[in-house]
Design a protein around this ligand. Structure first.
Ligand code: NAP
Ligand code: F7E
Length: 338
């Protein structure tokens, strides 16, 4: 059988790395498009260059530069394109509103327009987000109203509709995966879950005394990024291009995430967390996200394997290990802080 080829934008990010691993395990040839940066930013995918020498590579490109997209697509001739590249931080999008709006929306248009011109058979995946639902009450599902609360959320609504437009007007196989928050040991350090698990070992070692955070009453539906890569692939394989909510269906507050992670090493987070409204409170918030993933479960037979407690443990265990600690050693250090 012909080996499938996938082009992934945002390959250097959390999801890019898990999706690459999944596709390579399925015998795909994978090319990642990445932007130039002044220092190397391939730590999440470095292990793949060696292990999959003949099937994995990256190419410099820019999603604002149509000619670079055109050139990569014409040369590589992908069967599938996964568009994961985006300014993905909601908090930062308030500070870089115009570039987030422009980049996240137009990048999607640029790829789809290139697909339309070069090869309409290429299947396309757009990384849409639960952030699009904004203040719509949970459970949020495919037909729930979009009421975004941030430049990021608005940019993703723009990209979502751009994807639908190319599907409807030009019959492209263009899909939206509306993914709720998904985390992992590879999550960026400035997202709330990883910020917590990354800093607990530093608190234990006495390197920091207090951690500044924002609103702790917010609720999120957190899944594991590895499980979500599987959903992304299934969405693209399905015979009909469509829009899909991917979520665990359970949600927890930031306080509950803190309870669980600090609890795993025997600490009470209230001694170590302080609220810094100026730095971390967002001008407008998305208070309560909980997805209804019935459609993806029923039709694509996808379901999350990793639940909340295992996710907390997995992330904390990995950050402890990076500091040369296991849970027993962490508990011993914790007893000295009580
Ligand atoms: P991530 O770790 O922040 O990775 C984002 C990727 O996009 C990185 O490869 C990054 O490159 C690239 N990128 C960012 N800004 C860019 C720009 N201006 N120009 C070119 N490339 C840029 O995000 P992720 O968690 O893997 O998420 C993947 C996609 O899913 C994103 O589109 C995100 O918005 C969306 N999403 C994520 C979640 C979630 O919970 N993780 C949920 C729903 C949707 P650098 O390495 O060079 O920065
Ligand atoms: O914030 C609150 C913060 O930055 C979660 C992205 O992957 O998921 C992600 O967006 C909540 C927010 O993720 C801190 O105000 C409190 O309410 O981890 P986050 P996010 O904004 O939900 C969606 C689905 C995406 O699509 C995005 O790409 O936690 N919060 N204190 C804090 N958040 C951060 N970052 N840091 C704090 O100190």
């Amino acid at each position: 059988m012909k080996r499938k080829k996938a082009l992934i934008t945002g390959i250097t990010g959390q999801d890019g790395s898990y999706l690459s691993e999944l596709l390579l395990s399925k015998n795909y040839k994978v090319l990642g498009m990445m932007r130039r940066s002044s220092s190397f930013n391939t730590s999440r995918i470095d292990h793949l260059y060696k292990k999959f020498k003949n099937n994995f590579d990256t190419e410099y490109g820019d999603l604002m530069d149509d000619s670079s997209i055109h050139s990569i697509i014409s040369k590589f001739k992908p069967d599938e394109i996964y568009n994961l590249g985006a300014q993905s931080h909601v908090g930062i999008s308030f500070k870089t509103a115009k570039s987030t709006l422009t980049y996240n929306t137009l990048s999607t248009f640029n790829i789809l327009e290139t697909i339309r011109i070069t090869n309409k058979k290429i299947r396309f995946y757009q990384a849409s987000s639960s952030e699009m639902f904004g203040i719509t009450k949970p459970p949020q599902r495919e037909n729930s109203q979009f009421l975004p609360q941030s430049p990021y959320g608005i940019s993703k609504v723009g990209a979502y509709h751009t994807t639908r437009y190319f599907r409807n007007a030009y019959k492209l196989h263009a899909c939206n995966g509306i993914l709720f928050n998904h985390e992992s040991p590879r999550r960026g350090l400035n997202f709330v879950t990883r910020k917590i698990t990354f800093n607990i070992p530093l608190i234990l070692k006495g390197e920091i005394k207090k951690l500044k955070m924002g609103n702790l009453d917010i609720k999120r539906d957190w899944g594991f990024a590895g499980d979500y890569a599987d959903a992304i692939w299934k969405i693209v394989q399905y015979k009909k291009a469509d829009d899909w909510v991917v979520a665990t269906g359970e949600n927890y507050s930031i306080k509950e995430f803190l309870d669980e992670c600090f609890g795993l090493v025997g600490l009470n987070w209230k001694k170590f967390i302080i609220q810094d409204s100026k730095q971390y409170l967002r001008p407008s918030e998305v208070p309560n996200l909980k997805g209804d993933a019935s459609k993806v479960k029923k039709i694509l037979k996808w379901k999350p394997k990793v639940k909340f407690k295992s996710l907390c443990k997995m992330m904390l265990e990995s950050d402890l290990a990076s500091n040369g600690l296991d849970f027993n050693e962490a508990k011993k250090l914790a007893s000295k802080l009580k």
